[in-house]
Write a protein that binds this ligand. Structure first.
Ligand code: NAI
Length: 468
């Protein structure tokens, strides 16, 4: 099929690449000339493991990148994957969606039936609104010349390729018969995994080919739009909940690692998203919970649980700052090293991360801050140009004369670095591991006063699983 993917960001570049790998003639369109030039050279404009190997094999063959909307005219399916950031009041800013719809409308030829698939996370009713924008700009008849379907994206940065090739679910929101059949045809290769043995060998995916295939789920458009927001808000609740339990463990004496492991053994709860952190963050959860709350307020249907989760999450960021403050007897004049600026490992995405909140607070309290991230320093600097912090290319250097080092993101490289050297460089070797990621006894041997989160100092040692 002929596919166009609009937006060459975290979703668009990976989605476009995967569609091309599934043998669809795919054109990625972006207004950003630099991203298009990079794609055209076979380079990924974002950091996403595996893309560096897959992209060069497809570009110029089944995958093309351009700033021109011309490919829209003869596309069977056009994905919209542009950003939907937050307005100051929390509602979704749909300006990029509007610009994209107007451009698509101007280029639709009406010579073939076209499905416009909304991958961007958009408020309920947006597909309907985009239908009207497309009709105005094209002069074509909706549901006869084209249809707009909702196809929310659930990929996780850092695992994006695995998630687009092996999704748990594909959600399609439409009641239009041709829209539904076109989307089924488009995703057939993902559902029956044709050619996947080669793909898995070539890109060393750690995926079990015998695992159940994606569930293909069709519903109406508004429900599909809501599934995405409701899912992200649910995960945000789960994160906030385990972080509250971590705070309780510290107060009462207990080990949140064991509490989470014990909870996760219940199949109704499951072990995922029960990992402690300094609070959830990133480019999706904060903006999606904000939009959901904003939408619910407009229709007077209060989401009390989501509201509480958002407040609790911010409390967790603040809790980390307070823990440091207590341990160091104040923050004024203290040197703090920060490891990790991205919201999770294996991405360069530093949008709306816990690091910006925590570093902002440390600076406000008069601390000096040195930071490291293997991929995220460029974006963090771009987003926070006025933050007076020192960027270190070597993680060990964040410990220079430091009173504390705080690990915020569990990049695997932090397991391997020279911790002993760092401890020797610090004014006080206090290490706060907000992900409970490092080996506590090894860190203590290296000379650190090591603390995790939610692991009370006198917690009893883990006995592990001894049987059912
Ligand atoms: P992004 O900001 O990385 O990429 C968006 C791209 O759209 C940019 O390259 C921008 O230049 C381009 N763009 C903006 N206006 C355009 C126009 N008129 N024509 C062509 N290109 C245009 O955004 P990201 O992270 O890929 O997110 C896209 C959407 O997908 C958002 O709604 C987001 O909530 C959703 N989403 C994001 C996920 C993620 O992990 N990043 C996961 C699932 C959904």
């Amino acid at each position: 099929m002929r596919v166009v993917c609009i937006g060459a960001g975290y979703v668009g570049s990976v989605t476009g690449t995967a569609l091309a790998a599934n043998h669809h003639h795919t054109t990625i369109i972006d207004v950003n000339q630099e991203k298009i030039e990079r794609l055209s050279r076979g380079e990924c404009p974002i950091y996403e493991p595996g893309m560096e190997t897959l992209l060069p094999t497809l570009i110029g063959k089944s995958l093309f990148a351009t700033t021109s909307y011309d490919a829209v005219a003869d596309a069977d399916v056009i994905f919209i994957a542009v950003g939907t950031p937050s307005n100051p009041d929390g509602s979704a800013d749909l300006r990029y969606i509007k610009q994209t719809a107007e451009q698509i409308g101007k280029h639709l030829s009406g010579e073939r039936f076209t499905v416009i698939a909304m991958k961007s996370t958009v408020p309920v009713g947006t597909c309907q609104w985009v239908t009207a924008l497309l009709a105005d700009a094209s002069g074509l008849t909706p549901e006869s010349d084209f249809t707009v379907v909702s196809n929310p994206e659930f990929l996780r940065e850092g695992f994006a390729l695995e998630d687009v090739f092996f999704p748990d679910r594909i959600v399609i929101g439409s009641v239009h018969p041709q829209g539904l059949s076109t989307m089924r045809r488009l995703y057939q290769g993902v559902l029956d995994r044709s050619g996947y043995e080669d793909l898995c060998q070539h890109f060393s995916f750690s995926y079990d080919l015998a695992a159940p295939p994606a569930v293909y789920f069709e519903t109406d458009t508004k429900s599909a739009e809501l599934i995405k927001y409701a899912s992200n808000a649910f995960l945000a609740v789960k994160i906030s909940y385990i972080n509250e339990i971590a705070r309780l463990c510290e107060a009462l004496g207990g080990n949140v690692l064991d509490v989470a492991a014990g909870m996760g053994l219940d199949s109704r709860i499951g072990p995922k998203f029960l990992q402690v952190s300094s609070g959830g963050s990133g480019s999706c959860f904060p903006k999606d919970t904000a939009e959901l709350l904003s939408a619910s307020e407009k229709v007077d249907s209060e989401l009390m649980v989501v509201k509480a989760a958002v407040a609790s999450n911010e409390r967790m960021h603040q809790y980390v700052v307070e823990k440091l403050e207590r341990r160091l007897n104040g923050l004024k004049g203290k040197n703090i090293g920060i490891l990790g600026l991205t919201f999770k490992p294996d991405t360069d995405d530093a949008r709306r991360t816990q690091a910006s909140y925590i570093i902002g607070k440390l600076l406000e309290e008069g601390a000096q801050v040195r930071v490291h991230d293997p991929q995220g320093m460029g974006m963090f600097r771009e987003l926070n140009p006025d933050m007076p912090i020192t960027y270190c290319t070597d993680p060990v250097q964040t410990g220079q004369d430091a009173d504390a080092v705080v690990l915020l993101t569990h990049w695997s490289m932090y397991q391997e670095m020279d911790w002993q050297q760092m401890a020797g460089m610090m004014r006080q070797p206090y290490l706060l591991d907000t992900r409970n990621f490092l080996d506590a006894s090894r860190m203590r041997t290296c000379g650190f006063d090591y603390q995790g989160l939610g692991v009370a100092a006198k917690a009893s040692p883990s006995l592990g699983v001894m049987g059912k």
